[in-house]
Design a protein around this ligand. Structure first.
Ligand SMILES: Nc1ncnc2c1ncn2[C@@H]1O[C@H](COP(=O)(O)OP(=O)(O)OP(=O)(O)O)[C@@H](O)[C@H]1O
Ligand SMILES: [Mg+2]
Length: 271
């Protein structure tokens, strides 16, 4: 082994020691849009096999932070490690590979409405080496179709597999988006307000589904939410963003809903 290679291996193992147990870790993340300083040095980690709730008022930077984690938005400063890899230092190809191991679930589900639920789930294979054969379920290899169908079954939607997404309810569509994320066999799911556009019952079901999937598959989960009850019920850690920094980070059993509501309400306003 040359000295340069030995040094590289030693650096990698040091990196794995400090970040290897985390699905994601953020250190000193800064991001401004023009003069709007959104993130002013945010640091926290989400362990593999655990769920972190990201809370904070509108505009506090939750979506920006989630998008920075895979460089969908480029941060101005700081480091981000996903599965121990420093994502800001990855080549385009390495970054694509890391992205393919992460399922993103958005508030607006980002599905192609006119296409079937099954095709939308199979789209999770785009970027995993399948190219055009993953565009439509009818031309997809049977292995992909069967696996996608199993994912829809997993989220209780096997009867809707061939229905266009535009004919499904909001809750059903969000479950298709989760099936698509699961189809990617992710090691991490980033869910940006996954329950925000849903009625309370569908929202609860989607959160239960995410928890069940992450626990049974050992997937790390970060979800942003304005639902205090969801943060307390479904997360192992609650991280609160305020004025561009972390206001507090805590296990949910150390918090109560009244305290958390104060976080959203300026002092003096009615709870
Ligand atoms: N692409 C962009 N260009 C300019 N400003 C942006 C962009 N994306 C976000 N912002 C600004 O960054 C700030 C943080 O936005 P962000 O969407 O991350 O907040 P959030 O905590 O997710 O809010 P919400 O709870 O409403 O979803 C806001 O002031 C927003 O206007
Ligand atoms: Mg947001």
């Amino acid at each position: 082994m040359t000295a340069a290679v030995a040094e590289n291996v030693s650096e990698q193992s040091d990196e794995m020691k400090s970040h290897g147990a985390s699905a994601v870790s953020f250190s000193g993340i800064r991001k401004s849009f023009g003069s709007n300083q959104v993130l002013c040095g945010v640091s926290f980690s989400c362990a593999s096999h655990s769920a972190t709730a990201l809370i904070g008022a509108n505009g506090s930077g939750k979506s920006t932070l989630l998008r920075c984690s895979l460089r969908l938005i480029e941060p101005d400063a700081g480091s981000i490690h996903v599965f121990g890899k420093s994502v800001r230092e990855l080549s385009a190809g390495e970054l694509r590979k890391v992205r393919s191991q992460v399922g993103f679930v958005f508030q607006k589900h980002n599905l192609v409405s006119r296409l079937s639920a099954l095709t939308n789930v199979i789209h999770g294979a785009i970027g995993q080496g399948y190219s055009f054969r993953a565009w439509y379920q009818s031309i997809a290899p049977s292995e992909l179709r069967e696996r996608a169908f199993a994912c829809l079954e997993r989220v209780g939607l096997s009867d809707f597999a061939l229905k266009p997404v535009q004919t499904l309810s909001g809750g059903q569509s969000q479950r298709v988006a989760i099936a698509r994320a699961v189809f990617q066999k992710p090691k991490l799911i980033l869910a940006d307000e996954p329950a925000a556009s849903l009625d309370p019952e569908s929202g609860q079901q989607v959160m239960e589904l995410l928890r069940e999937l992450t626990q049974s598959e050992g997937i790390g989960l970060i979800f942003s939410t304005h639902h205090i009850d969801h943060a307390l019920e479904f997360a192992d850690r609650v991280v609160a963003l305020k004025s561009g920094t972390i206001d507090f980070e805590s296990a949910p059993d150390k918090l109560d809903a009244t305290e958390l509501r104060k976080f959203y309400m300026p002092s003096g306003s009615p709870l």
